[in-house]
Design a protein around this ligand. Structure first.
Ligand SMILES: NC(=O)c1ccc[n+]([C@@H]2O[C@H](COP(=O)([O-])OP(=O)(O)OC[C@H]3O[C@@H](n4cnc5c(N)ncnc54)[C@H](OP(=O)(O)O)[C@@H]3O)[C@@H](O)[C@H]2O)c1
Length: 247
């Protein structure tokens, strides 16, 4: 798959799944724009991408509207176009209904509101290039997990947003989602959970295949969906979960 002269924005490209997606697109000659808040991690991944092709790192907190706007502005100033938007940045937090609204707002502002705003700003550019959108959702959008109700809600909404985008933007722009089960990243460490390092392995052990996926497996699916090989695919959600949903 060749992404030469294609401009690919990957939010949450500073670590985990997003970093691997950015590196794999760079390996296929894409011009990669990575977005995150942690400057050191962004620089590290940008350097790995630059070893393959051009990369632009944008430090931005996607829960702040003006910073979302800056992502599109800086991308257009540097590269002049957007071909693929990968909405990957996301957070997980344990929630309980009795705790009220604070974590609800944090999760929805990051996992959904920022995605809606960034996508709305990128769409005019995606229409020009007949590009496509990939939302990194979750198996948790299709099954409820104890303590993760709000996270599951945010990903279920993201799946429906993906379908709505496919309908609104056809035939110019395709939109699809990838719904991973447990993937070996530090997402639960970043959630600030005690013992966060072991949480993802416990989820992996609870799948039918008894393991986590590697970030590269999610990146491979993103490469496929963004490529011309997936020209007939829009409005679909692709579960890669080691059978997590069925267990
Ligand atoms: N790991 C899993 O098992 C799994 C399973 C299903 C779905 N997912 C989904 O996959 C996506 C990536 O998760 P991951 O496991 O790679 O997690 P991760 O390692 O914690 O990475 C999350 C990324 O999102 C960025 N991010 C978070 N909040 C942000 C904000 N306000 N503004 C800008 N960037 C922000 C982080 O960047 P900074 O820290 O630099 O801000 C980081 O690059 C998420 O949407 C997650 O829900 C993960």
């Amino acid at each position: 798959m060749d992404f030469k002269n294609k401009v690919v924005i990957v939010t949450g490209g500073s670590c985990g799944i997003g970093a691997e997606i950015a590196i794999q697109f760079a390996k296929q000659s894409a011009k990669v724009v990575i977005v995150g808040r942690n400057e050191e991690r962004l620089r590290n991944i940008a350097e790995q991408c630059e070893g393959q092709g051009e990369a632009l790192a944008i430090k931005a907190d996607l829960t702040i509207d003006s910073e979302v706007e800056r992502v599109v502005e800086e991308t257009i100033i540097r590269f002049g176009q957007i071909d693929v938007l990968i909405n990957n940045a996301g957070i997980v937090k344990n929630t309980k209904i009795q705790e009220g609204i604070p974590n609800y707002d944090k999760i929805f502002n990051t996992n959904l509101r920022s995605v809606y705003l960034l996508t709305s700003l990128a769409v005019p550019h995606l229409i020009k290039t007949k590009g496509n959108i990939i939302n990194i959702s979750s198996a948790a959008g299709q099954k409820i997990f104890p303590t993760l109700t709000v996270y599951c809600m945010s990903k279920a909404a993201l799946d429906m947003f993906t379908k709505g985008l496919a309908v609104e933007l056809a035939p110019s722009v395709r939109a699809n989602a990838i719904n991973p089960g447990p993937v070996k990243t530090d997402i639960f460490v970043h959630a600030g959970l005690e013992g966060g390092e072991t949480v993802i392995d416990a989820y992996g052990a609870a799948t039918l295949l008894g393991k986590c996926s590697a970030c590269k497996e999610i990146a491979d699916m993103a490469l496929y969906l963004a490529s011309d090989k997936a020209n007939s695919i829009t409005g679909s959600t692709f579960v890669i979960d080691n059978g997590f949903i069925l267990k």
